[in-house]
Write a protein that binds this ligand. Sequence first.
Ligand SMILES: Cc1cc2nc3c(=O)[nH]c(=O)nc-3n(C[C@H](O)[C@H](O)[C@H](O)COP(=O)(O)OP(=O)(O)OC[C@H]3O[C@@H](n4cnc5c(N)ncnc54)[C@H](O)[C@@H]3O)c2cc1C
Length: 494
Amino acid sequence: MPPHIVVLGGGSAGWITACLLHRELAPRGAEVTLVESTDIGIIGVGEGSTPQLKAFFDHLGVAEREWMQACDATYKLGIRFAGWSERPGYESYFHPFPGPVDLHTEPGFIRNCALKRRGFDVPAHPDDWFLAARLAEAKKSPHPSVTFPFPPSYGYHFDAYKLGAFLRNWGKREGIVHRDLRVDEVELGADGDVAALRCESGERLAGDLFVDCSGFVSLIAQQAHGVPFVSYADSLLNDAAVVMPTAHVSPAKPQTDSVAMEAGWRWRIPLTERVGNGYVYSSRFRSSDEAEAELRRSLGSSGDGIDARHLKMKVGRVRETWHGNCLAAGLAQGFIEPLEATALHIAIVTALEFAQAYGSAGFEPTHRETFNTRIARRYDGIRDYITAHYRLNRRTDTAYWREGAANDALSDELKAMMSAWFTHRDIAEAVAEIYGPASPYPAMSWHCLFAGYGTFPSDEKMQPPPPNAGPADAEAAYAMLSACLGNFSEYAIG
Ligand SMILES: Cc1cc2nc3c(=O)[nH]c(=O)nc-3n(C[C@H](O)[C@H](O)[C@H](O)COP(=O)(O)OP(=O)(O)OC[C@H]3O[C@@H](n4cnc5c(N)ncnc54)[C@H](O)[C@@H]3O)c2cc1C
């Protein structure tokens, strides 16, 4: 019998999940109701995406120009990490979203990384090898002219409130039932499954399947069902953020800037109507007042007169994303700090994989365990990649950065990746072996991370490449990428 699905929560995760489940399962008779309390509101941060958001809208059949305009959205060609390394020549690097266009230059980059790992002095800085880095620097659009068939992968920046509102309108138009009610109690049946949500108004919302998108409170999964929380706090130190928008600036580079601070990092995200800024930090190293003062100093006069918003973050994930008849998604499911802007990415993947697992089994929990294992592995893989940023950072100026670089609370998988790099193993092979075919980060991203922080033997130990070593011709790659730029037009944000 087709289920009645009740989604609790109307933040980005709630609407993304409701829209995808509706899209996938309504044709087979499922009904979707979303209940949220507009009095409680949404967290309202989360302004950067991966290319998964493009896949999401493509899946819904919503044109880019339609939603982007409504959400003050801009293109995001990647992330520039600045100030994470003190090694000369590695003060910043750009991490692009891997895509087919990179296949032309990636082999050369990887070959040179392999040589440089062995102490041969060849060009191996990620900025020199990827089209997206060049496009962002030149403030170009990711859409090439029709004669150039190699578009780069890209994500977006957007206003989180407007994204929610856009999806709410779209979902309601498509047939999702929307209720504005405050849920007071989760009613469990004798079998432990959720029977209904009891609301302040006295209403009782019954359903067959419940999706917990209630945010950090995780009303169903963690509170009512008591699903254990697997904390990442030992490997990821950051647990707080202070957020301050500033005025729109044009022209802006279509990239997220991730700038190292004294006890964390700050993002700078250009939208069409404003710039999003936030400092993600560890409360063990900075008080909220100190963090706000540091953020204000770095923003200069652009922050004058603007109120700051302070947030706490709980990093980790639920042990089982799908427990009984409840699926957890978004912050109710877990959160990895936003360095790689992966939260909505995971929410989209969770909804799509769940729809597949649940739908293909005739709305039965047949594939629950496999699904939970896959999602947990994805979470842990992203946790590792983000932990690696802190482990490989090369700053020595504050106790925060020194502690991150000395952190030994690493998963076996991350230890194996680091050992693969330092023992000159083939990284693509190592990624496949350690994280499997569904690895959240491909070899190219791991190379960018290690090489971007200058994780090579010291300059004094470098020697010229042997004549038969065949380093890739970085100048030729750079010239080729420069020539490609002519196929992309200027991109004026706003
Ligand atoms: C500092 C920071 C930066 C971030 N940056 C990024 C980023 O760049 N990219 C990214 O992908 N993600 C980012 N995230 C994560 C992102 O903000 C969230 O994943 C996203 O906003 C989804 O949140 P949510 O929908 O799970 O929760 P929320 O937005 O908190 O929504 C919870 C919903 O549940 C409802 N609710 C709660 N209790 C009740 C109740 N009792 N009755 C009825 N309704 C209830 C609320 O009204 C609300 O609608 C960031 C998070 C933080 C903290």
